[in-house]
Design a protein around this ligand. Structure first.
Ligand SMILES: [Fe+2]
Length: 385
């Protein structure tokens, strides 16, 4: 997060800023942690408060199907069925009180309504598809490999270029940030960070839409969707500045940190929140110690459930990996490469693997959507063949 400004803003905050007609612009402070963290100041043509109608709310709470948590799991993510509607397409598959991991294959752009997640920051990883994220801050073009990070409370629409879209969506009840250890006291990304501000794509093409009518919002709060109708178009901002805004970062711009011997997952860390970390495994050269073993060692993860979402390339540590596959290795039992893959990795110079890792500090639970896409015998996959 760093300072950014788009469009017109007054020279001093909280002062008179008038439209050509003489009417005052409506100033809005937007923050996700009260007045004590990052924020932006936005200038609307009209106040963002003019509710015309509140419709009947409905629940989208995921149904946890089992508390049998201590078992390695494997999900075939691309078996999640496509849906025309974006909100209907979002299927939570692994959830806890900190985060929800959903898979989605939406066919249609969001054009008839605006969505606002008041519960959680969203990280939308674009596995398949391209298009434009539209917000009151401006638009962000997205494509294969982009992480879209949308602060909670941001009203948005996703417009897709085609009907073939595959998304991995991570909702976080605490803010999603770049890793603190990669930032200096002023928030600037440090020299040893695997990416820097130039890699972070901010909103652009600010459109100021001056329309009144019935603008339908679906607002998600405590896993209930509230249909709201507002009088004013939400994208009526003439300018804004601040540190709080949606952004895109491409996994293809993540510069891997490599070493003479195996580097652990924190070197791949991309984002963090109070409840989890996100890591990017990208194509890279392998370890260059003369006796190095490129495959990872076995790992006893006692304090986090490890989720790996396979995007592309060959995976060194596991056979029969498909795109969109998710493995979950729960805290409490060791996991590691399948038999034979350690020896096979010796002497290999590079990997083309592309994957997103989510390590959740609290246990994750399966939902109604997980059952149909699970490989039930996965936990036996470390046995000798
Ligand atoms: Fe691990």
């Amino acid at each position: 997060m760093h300072y950014y400004s788009l469009g017109q803003i007054p020279p001093k905050r909280h002062t008179q800023f008038r439209q050509p007609s003489g009417k005052l612009y409506a100033e809005e402070l937007f923050s996700t942690e009260g007045f004590s963290d990052v924020y932006s100041l936005l200038y609307h043509l009209n106040p963002p408060t003019m509710i015309r109608q509140v419709g009947e709310p409905y629940s989208v709470a995921p149904k946890v199907i089992t508390d049998n948590q201590l078992r390695p799991r494997c999900l075939k993510g691309f078996q999640i069925a496509p849906e025309d509607d974006y909100l209907k397409s979002r299927k939570p598959v692994l959830v806890n009180s900190d985060c929800k991991i959903s898979l989605a294959a939406p066919r249609k752009s969001v054009t008839e309504y605006f969505f606002k997640n008041a519960d959680a920051d969203e990280m939308i990883f674009i596995h398949v598809g391209s298009g434009v994220l539209k917000t009151m801050y401006g638009s962000i073009k997205f494509g294969y490999g982009d992480y879209l990070v949308i602060p909670r409370g941001t009203t948005y629409q996703l417009h897709f270029d085609s009907e073939d879209n595959r998304l991995l969506i991570l909702e976080s009840v605490s803010p999603i940030r770049t890793p603190k250890r990669y930032r200096n006291n002023f928030g600037q990304l440090l020299e040893h960070s695997p990416f820097c501000e130039r890699d972070i794509r901010k909103p652009e093409n600010l459109e100021t839409i001056d329309e009144q009518g019935d603008f339908l919002f679906y607002i998600k709060k405590q896993d209930i969707i509230y249909p709201y109708t507002y009088l004013n178009h939400p994208f009526d901002v003439i300018g804004w500045d601040g540190y709080c805004y949606p952004f895109a970062f491409s996994i293809h711009n993540f510069e891997p940190i490599t070493g003479r011997v195996h580097m652990p997952p924190p070197t791949h860390q991309t984002f963090e929140s109070a409840g989890f970390v996100v890591c990017s495994f990208v194509p890279r050269l392998y370890d260059y110690h003369p006796l190095s073993i490129p495959a990872p060692y076995h790992h006893s993860n006692i304090d986090s459930d490890e989720i790996l979402y396979y995007v592309d390339g060959e995976f060194m540590s596991r056979a029969h990996v498909e795109k969109g596959m998710i493995t979950m290795h729960p805290a409490g039992i060791p996991h590691g490469p399948q038999p034979g893959t350690i020896e096979k990795s010796i002497g290999v110079k590079e990997t083309a693997e592309l994957a997103v890792m989510i390590d959740s500090f609290r246990p994750l639970y399966m939902t109604e959507h997980t059952a149909g896409i699970e490989m039930p015998e996965y936990y036996k996959s470390w046995l000798p063949k």
